[in-house]
Design a protein around this ligand. Sequence first.
Ligand code: THU
Length: 159
Amino acid sequence: MIKKEWNFCYESGIIEELTTTEQELVQQARQAATEAYAPYSHFRVGCALELTDGTILTGNNQENASYPCGICAERTTLHYAQATHPRTPIKRLIIVAENPNGLTSNPLPPCGLCRQSLLEAENRQASPLRIIMAGSHEYWAVDSAASLLPLQFDAKNLG
Ligand code: THU
């Protein structure tokens, strides 16, 4: 038996260190969060993504009285992009969240289901998808969705 290690690297900084375009995307994601439908959790998540042709799309979480029917902001926005621009790769995606006290100070890492969907999107477009998680001041970023999932399950596993 040998022990194997997963090496995870991510960028961490303050929002002002992002490029102007990325700071604008953070603003758009924050605006999208305000329109979330989250009457049960009161946790509003916003997402903004940029396609390689410069198109920007936004989305947010959509909850349901039957809780499992709800969907996260990341998957709402990803599927919106894939339904409307299926042949244009996604360059980057920003995630923000606010609770009843305002924007979260900690950046919001995507949940497991969203990581799986982000990985599928990245594999489908065959180019890296940068993910930026932004808190009120701090951000974390990875240059590829794959880096958020060790021991991935994807199409290759279906044989
Ligand atoms: N949520 C997201 O939209 N994205 C995440 O990555 C984590 C959780 C939503 C789902 C639910 O509407 C609320 O936040 C509380 O979990």
